[in-house]
Design a binder for this molecule. Structure first.
Ligand SMILES: CC(C)(COP(=O)(O)OP(=O)(O)OC[C@H]1O[C@@H](n2cnc3c(N)ncnc32)[C@H](O)[C@@H]1OP(=O)(O)O)[C@@H](O)C(=O)NCCC(=O)NCCS
Length: 226
């Protein structure tokens, strides 16, 4: 797990390829409660993301069209599960019986999460999903499909609620990528005035505003943050 600094990670389980700088996860006033813990198994999380309590990302998927989805029969079950009951403890032989095609078919990619993404409390993001830059996931949602940049989705299954800005603005934001410059690039801007913000951001970038280079820390082990 590669982490750009600084980030603030609250209690939970983390198995993430890379987490971008200035991302905060489960740091609210309930973050110490057991029920607030997060579970995150993702390929990548961008910068300036804000994830609330008790979110779950990247829950393992099991094949729905096998005779049973139970993990004890799965191809990659290095299982210790019920070994004694499976052909008298010959688990490796079980594994050989599952074809390569089935192996490929039953896997979905881990979620990929862009920059400046806000995930509301108690939301679930399933495997195979990409959340675009600037996306917002409403509290309590179950996200089963990709979410476009600056789209707000909500519900179970999550559906389109609205875009945060009109299409022209979204295109500009996706091209400017302000998160590459760190927080100082937003200094003094009237955050509620998107036109003025975009104008000032472009000006600052044109004048040579430096990109934010973060110190990177690599963790080798899994990752229960208490
Ligand atoms: C998604 C959210 C950001 C939308 O806020 P908003 O822009 O002020 O939008 P509105 O309240 O005007 O709601 C817009 C629509 O979305 C719907 N909606 C809002 N929250 C929803 C939710 N959690 N699930 C499903 N639909 C939701 C509303 O019912 C409304 O639908 P309608 O237009 O049919 O009436 C907000 O509702 C939310 O979920 N915030 C997360 C809060 C949270 O978890 N905070 C933790 C601390 S970080």
């Amino acid at each position: 797990m590669i982490v750009e600094t600084p980030v603030i990670l609250g209690a939970g389980y983390y198995d993430v390829g890379q987490i971008g700088a200035f991302t905060t996860i489960n740091i609210g006033r309930y973050s110490n409660e057991e029920s607030s813990k997060v579970y995150i198994d993702a390929k990548q999380i961008g910068r300036f993301c804000m994830f609330a309590k008790n979110i779950k990302i990247g829950l393992a998927n099991h094949p729905t069209d096998f005779i049973s989805p139970h993990m004890m029969f799965r191809y990659d079950s290095k299982a210790i599960f019920f070994d004694n009951y499976m052909k008298k403890g010959k688990l490796p032989e079980w594994e050989k019986t599952i074809s390569a095609t089935n192996k490929a078919r039953s896997r979905k990619e881990l979620p990929v999460i862009g920059n400046d993404v806000w995930i509301g409390a108690d939301a679930i993001v399933l495997n195979g999903v990409t959340l675009g830059d600037g996306a917002i996931i409403a509290a309590g949602s179950v996200v089963t499909h990709d979410v476009s940049p600056y789209e707000i989705v909500g519900g179970n299954p999550a559906h389109h609620i609205k875009y945060r800005f009109e299409e022209k603005i979204v295109k500009q934001l996706c091209s400017i990528k302000w998160w590459e410059y760190g927080p100082d690039i937003l200094y003094g801007l009237n955050q509620g005035d998107i036109d003025q913000c975009l104008h000032s951001l472009q000006q600052r970038i044109d004048e040579g505003f430096p990109r934010y280079v973060s110190k990177v820390i690599e963790y080798n082990l899994t990752k229960a943050v208490k």
